[in-house]
Design a protein around this ligand. Sequence first.
Ligand SMILES: O=P(O)(O)O[C@H]1[C@H](O)[C@@H](O)[C@@H](O)[C@@H](O)[C@@H]1O
Ligand SMILES: [Mg+2]
Ligand SMILES: [Mg+2]
Length: 290
Amino acid sequence: MSDWTDCLDFGVSIAKQASETVLAAFLLQKEVQLKSSPADLVTETDQRVERILISAIRARFPLHRFIGEESVAAGEPCVLTDEPTWIIDPIDGTVNFVHRFPFVAISIAFTVNKQTEFGIVYSCVEDKLFHAQRGRGAFLNGEKLQASGQEDVSKCVVVTEIGAERDDLALSTMTSNILRLLQLPVHGVRALGTAAVDMCHVATGGADAYYHIGMHCWDIAASAIIVQEAGGVVMDTDGSDFDMMSRRVIAASSTSVANSIAQVVQAFPCRRDDEDPTRCVCGAAGVKGV
Ligand SMILES: O=P(O)(O)O[C@H]1[C@H](O)[C@@H](O)[C@@H](O)[C@@H](O)[C@@H]1O
Ligand SMILES: [Mg+2]
Ligand SMILES: [Mg+2]
């Protein structure tokens, strides 16, 4: 049975190569386009980095499939099959990239039979390479990672994101979630602006939990296995099993902390990543899925 290490090694090498494109543009003025909201940005660099990654992988592994953030934005289907699949966010933290806020990451996950075999998150400006391979541990620049193991939510630093949604229901849900957490209380709430790096800090033990509603599979598929391989727990915000297409996640130091967060965090309606956008209705007012 393949252990996919050759794919992992190739993924690490192309993430580092592609980061040169990110860093070359990081301090430059950027042309910005909008996607699903005034806070959901994309630049030509996001699109170029995704093309670089996918063409390099396709040349080496021509039968593999892809789910890429900017390919999906351009109309490619977001459907996970049993085939070997690379799930790519070319720049996670595009708002940070546009503003030169130094937390931007390349996120690459690899699945076979819908099971994640490895994840790579490369925080380019920090030069921090997080990776994990199923059953073989999680690492930061080669050093083994261990989640904090914290069991008491009142002793936690919790990371989250106010994502790209700007409708009243999403904003009131996200802000009331933060208020309810602070009232538990928790030690602190943090947000770096990149879901992938946020979640990797749970694997380092520097944060004890992360939760988010509205992000996409490419934001968290890689960091989910990094948390799990560091001894953390990943689940849906309703306490059910993690489903990378659901657009809801809790990653935590322990099951008890994850469950405590699931009890106070409410979700707002989101179309699943793998739902046909032409057929679904979601959001409070039943507005066509965004
Ligand atoms: O920078 P992105 O790849 O678009 O991912 C962002 C996402 O757009 C935003 O809504 C938040 O969820 C952030 O945490 C993501 O990193
Ligand atoms: Mg992202
Ligand atoms: Mg992105």
